[in-house]
Design a binder for this molecule. Sequence first.
Ligand code: GDP
Length: 301
Amino acid sequence: DQGLQKTSESIFSKISKAVVGKSKVDEDVLDQLEEILITSDVGVETTIKIIRRIEERVSKDKYLNTAELDTILREEIASLLEENNTQDLLDFDIPANKKPYVIMVVGVNGVGKTTTIGKLANLFKNAGKSVVLGAADTFRAAAVDQLILLGNRVGVPVVSHGMNTDPASVAFDAVKQGLDSGADVVIVDTAGRLHTKVNLMNELSKIKRVMQKFIPDAPHEILLVLDGSTGQNAFIQAKEFTKATEISALAITKLDGTAKGGVVIGISDQFKIPVKYIGVGEKMTDLQIFNRKEFVDSLFK
Ligand code: GDP
């Protein structure tokens, strides 16, 4: 897959270099593998888990060949991802009792949140679904205008009250318009100000409460957008947001221009949250539904 190529080359070529001139998986190879996984942003916790699992296999088979390392690593990564990503494909058949399907999108500025919402709207629209967007990130200067622009480009209505207005009131109107117009999906943008955690929690709870006035189980999905190229920052943001609200899915962006695809493995494992989408470019069509098998394959191409 074109979009993921940079991500993949790196981990694979590093491993190939690490095993040059070695026939057996020994302590030294494992040490190097550990370093490669950590510098690829898999995260310390998940790296240790993977190394332990490989150590177990090495201890079972003392003569484990380095040529088999790729296969074993691939199996271990696939099994880790499988534990947290049971649903590979988004079910576009939205059940009648979840219509409109309400998605609340959270994430800090700059991660690609607004772009991802535009891409999501495009994805749903192309699947024949009608979409309403809610511009409830009323805090960041250009967020409302940017969402209106993307909405126009994709061809979906955007509910907005302008800048510095009450986000909950925008969310209220977006869900209402979604219901009134018989829309399939309502996607609500929110502001992500991590430096004031209590405010963030309060704001998100308030948005949820007003949505629930119309739809008791809304939002059906709380999607956290993380920038895959920011390594440890993405882990920190995942930690903060999971403390502030119940994150049900992840969108990991900017995996096109980075060698840091390990974030996908580490965050999904550490926080037990499925990765639903990956961003692989700036265009509206550059959002892919996360596919476990394709992703693992791309790491070892
Ligand atoms: P927000 O502040 O989180 O809403 O971020 P924006 O949606 O404004 O995105 C910030 C920048 O990242 C923009 O220049 C986007 O075009 C870019 N961007 C978003 N997603 C991706 C992606 O998957 N790949 C690349 N290369 N750029 C992206």
